[in-house]
Design a protein around this ligand. Structure first.
Ligand code: PLP
Length: 191
């Protein structure tokens, strides 16, 4: 009967199982997919005045968290064959203010993560995957949400695993996930 994260067991149990189901070390449950993306972008260092690359063909909740961090969404158009962010159009949008890329796996399909990660690595960008529509979608045998720094999911009523409202993030980098955890719950440490 106790749902509250710090006294109940449900959230911790869910996080453990959700991380395992995705083959990842860490998961943090959130109130929504929007909150997961907000905390994820914060964790990879997006701050006021930064720019975040994101495709325009998505739900508005991919964009809102960027603006909440006082950063600027910079649109990278999609590949019309796949409807996903076109990696060939990324580099022309990168400048000294670009801090992160937020590929969206739209409509249950995967973005071209090998090419996106390669360009992100070259320019030292954080990678926050918006996998809200792509739970358990696979790309070359790897699951969406496991290929960047942090992967974000939604359990809102219209999604693959609905629970009314809810969300979660996954990641393997302890430092980033600790920062994520702290930002999502009043600045307290993981524990
Ligand atoms: C649903 C969705 C979100 C946001 O999820 P909420 O849980 O509704 O906040 C973000 N991005 C995409 C692509 C979505 O489809």
């Amino acid at each position: 009967g106790k749902w509250y994260r710090h006294e109940g067991r449900m959230v911790n149990t869910f996080e453990k199982k959700f991380a395992e189901a995705n083959g990842m070390k860490r998961s943090v449950g959130t109130g929504s997919g929007t909150q997961a993306i907000h905390c994820g972008l914060y964790a990879v260092g997006v701050d006021a005045g930064d720019e975040v690359l994101v495709p325009p063909y998505t739900f508005i909740a991919s964009i809102n968290p960027i603006i909440l961090l006082n950063a600027l969404p910079v649109f990278v158009d999609i590949d019309y064959e796949t409807f996903q962010m076109d990696p060939a159009k990324m580099e022309e949008k990168i400048n000294g203010n670009t801090r992160a890329v937020e590929p969206v796996h739209i409509a249950g399909l995967s973005a071209d993560m090998d090419r996106i990660n390669e360009i992100a690595g070259k320019h030292n960008l954080g990678v926050v995957e918006d996998a809200c529509q792509a739970l358990f979608t696979e790309y070359k045998g790897r699951k969406c949400g496991t290929m960047g720094d942090i992967g974000c999911f939604s359990f809102q009523s219209s999604k693959i695993l609905p629970c009314g409202e809810g969300g979660a993030a996954i990641g393997n980098n302890e430092e980033l996930m600790n920062k994520f955890y702290s930002f999502h719950t009043l600045g307290v440490e993981t524990g």
